[in-house]
Design a protein. Structure first.
Length: 289
C-alpha cells in the first residue's frame, strides 16, 4: 500500500488490518510495528500506536519515508477439539513524504509599435518592467527574465503592423521571502503559492485596465499600445531539492513533488529525480550522489 504524507503534517492512521479480516473477530490480538530502518517503532518519538494497532506518524519529514511493516498475531480456537494455535499476518506500507509544487508563472503580452527600429521601444520596455515590479513588490515576488522582440505581423484585413512580443516570469522568491515564511509555524509553501497567485492576479488586472484606458482616455492611440486580450500566463511547477514529480510511479499523488527514492537525487528546483550513476545513495530525499 502506498501512502503519501505532506511534510510537517501527521500521517493518516495506518491500519494493521485488511478489509476481510476487519469483519472477523480476533482473539488476543497483538501488533508489532517496524520502521524503515528495521527498528521497533513502539516507544519511538513522532509515533502514535493505538491499542488496536493503528499507527500515526507525526510531524512527518522526508527522512521518515520508507517501508513500514506491521505484524499482527492472534489466537485461533478450534471449538471442536478445544485446541488453539497462533496465526500471523504481515502488512507493509510504503510511506512517502511529499510537498506541493512551487508555482512560477510565465507571462506573454504584445504591444503595437510604429516601427521595430524605434528607439522608444527600449524605453517603453524599461518603464514596463519597472511598473510590473512595483505592482508585486509588496508580495515579495519578482519579475525574472524579462525580454522583448519586435516582429512584423500581417493581420488579416488590417495589413502589416509591428508588434513587441514581451515575455517575463513571476517568481515568489524575491529578497525577503524567507522572513515572510518565518511568520508561520508550518511549511510555507502554501503561503508562497498564495503570494504568487495574488501577484498573477494583480498583473492580469493591470493589463485588463489597458483596454479600457485606451478606449476612454485617448482620442489618438499612443505610438506604443497594448494589443487587446494578448496577455496570457502559464504556470510552471518546480520542486524543492530532494523532491521530484513522477506521475507514473506515484499515480495516487499525481502533480505532487514526492521525495526522491534511494538511488536517485535532485540537486535543484527541477521536477525530476535523477538516477545516480553509481547508486550509493540509500536515503530518501538525496540532494546529491
Amino acid at each position: 500500500v502506498y501512502v503519501y504524507v505532506k511534510v510537517f503534517t501527521n500521517s493518516p492512521f495506518l491500519v494493521c488490518m485488511d478489509l476481510a479480516r476487519s469483519e472477523e473477530e480476533l482473539i488476543d490480538p497483538t501488533y508489532f510495528w517496524l520502521g524503515p530502518s528495521g527498528k521497533k517503532l513502539e516507544g519511538q518519538r513522532n509515533v502514535n500506536i493505538t491499542q488496536t494497532g493503528d499507527l500515526m506518524l507525526m510531524g512527518f519529514k522526508e527522512s521518515m519515508s520508507g517501508a513500514y511493516t506491521c505484524i499482527v498475531s492472534h489466537r485461533i480456537l478450534d471449538t471442536t477439539t478445544q485446541e488453539e494455535r497462533e496465526a500471523f499476518k504481515t502488512y507493509t506500507f510504503l510511506v512517502y513524504a511529499y510537498r506541493e509544487a512551487d508555482h512560477t508563472y510565465k507571462a506573454f503580452v504584445r504591444f503595437i509599435t510604429k516601427s521595430c527600429e524605434l528607439r522608444a521601444n527600449y524605453w517603453f520596455f524599461k518603464k514596463l518592467k519597472k511598473a510590473l515590479r512595483n505592482i508585486i513588490t509588496d508580495l515579495k515576488c519578482q519579475i525574472l527574465e524579462p525580454s522583448y522582440k519586435c516582429h512584423s505581423v500581417n493581420i488579416p484585413k488590417r495589413g502589416l503592423q509591428h508588434e513587441l512580443f514581451v515575455t517575463f516570469q513571476v517568481n515568489p522568491f524575491a529578497p525577503g521571502w524567507e522572513e515572510v515564511c518565518r511568520q508561520v509555524t508550518y511549511d510555507c509553501e502554501e503561503m508562497t503559492n498564495m503570494r504568487v497567485q495574488k501577484a498573477r492576479g494583480q498583473i492580469k488586472e493591470f493589463f485588463d485596465k489597458q483596454t479600457s484606458t485606451l478606449k476612454h482616455k485617448f482620442q489618438t492611440l499612443p505610438a506604443i499600445h497594448y494589443v487587446d486580450n494578448s496577455f496570457s500566463m502559464t504556470r510552471i511547477d518546480t520542486c524543492q531539492p530532494g523532491f521530484g514529480k513522477n506521475d507514473t510511479n506515484h499515480k495516487d499523488c499525481a502533480g505532487c513533488c514526492v521525495v526522491c527514492d534511494p538511488g536517485t537525487y535532485s540537486p535543484n528546483n527541477d521536477v525530476t529525480c535523477q538516477t545516480c550513476t553509481r547508486p550509493r545513495v540509500k536515503e530518501y530525499g538525496a540532494r546529491s550522489c
